[in-house]
Write a protein that binds this ligand. Structure first.
Ligand code: C5J
Length: 238
């Protein structure tokens, strides 16, 4: 029996210009949707932020994740965090803030931003499937000291659909790293979030300015609409 052949291209609105994406060469990269950033008692709150502000991205991202999974598009999740002995955490990062709420300090969800602790894990609504790679990153960018680039190149990926938190920190850093490595980035604006609405807006504006100097910005509805229209040829009987 022959395998179905995909009709691979989808087109949708984006800024600064509409896009066409080959689904076989695209990956969804979900940045740091961790309990430590989105739930009370974690790193985000330890830094004085209102974590509820990030929740707006969860619903749209759940829809995108479901659609992307349905189409067999590669999904990669990232988590920011450190080894329990903090040997991979720069002292300048660890020593910021009150000692009781620093990276490595004990909080309601375990040690803050430490791998293996409950707070370091991804929120249940977006939990990775067993075959979806999870990149543990020590920095803000997903390429820094990780094997993300190797994974993408091995699979022939040239386009990243980027979502997650926070827009102006880890999403922006990752997009800049990706752009310098020759990957096309499409940031799904409603699937990203920030503790600061003005930084969210500025973070997206910086990506799409000057003809898309770091990438494109699109709302998820356009992608979802075009994914819903993809038709796969019926399998040949045999
Ligand atoms: C931050 C992140 N904001 N994932 N991390 O420290 O954006």
């Amino acid at each position: 029996m022959e395998e179905a052949t995909k009709m691979l291209n989808v087109s949708f609105d984006a800024e600064p210009a509409a896009l066409s994406v080959d689904l076989d060469r695209a990956a969804l990269v979900i940045i740091d949707m961790q309990r430590d950033f989105l739930e009370p008692g974690g790193f985000g709150e330890a830094l004085g932020n209102d974590v509820a502000r990030l929740q707006a991205a969860v619903g749209p991202l759940m829809q995108v994740l479901a659609a992307v999974r349905q189409h067999g598009i590669l999904v990669i999740h990232t988590r920011e965090g450190h080894r329990p002995d903090l040997t991979d955490a720069p002292p300048i990062k660890v020593l910021r803030g009150d000692p009781s709420t620093r990276i490595g300090a004990k909080g309601p969800m375990g040690r803050i931003l430490v791998r293996g602790e409950p707070g370091h894990d991804i929120i249940p609504q977006l939990y990775p499937l067993a075959d979806e790679p999870v990149i543990d990153k020590p920095g803000k960018g997903a390429f820094y000291q990780t094997d993300l680039e190797l994974m993408l190149r091995n699979r022939g990926i040239d386009t990243l659909l980027v979502c997650g938190v926070t827009t102006e920190v880890c999403v922006n850093t990752t997009v800049r790293e990706a752009n310098d490595r020759g990957f096309r980035c499409i940031v799904l604006s409603d699937c990203c979030g920030s503790y600061f609405p003005e930084f969210h807006a500025a973070g997206l504006a910086m990506i799409k300015a000057q003809g898309g100097i770091f990438g494109s910005v699109a709302e998820s509805a356009g992608l979802l609409g075009s994914l819903a229209k993809v038709r796969y040829p019926a399998r040949a009987l045999g």
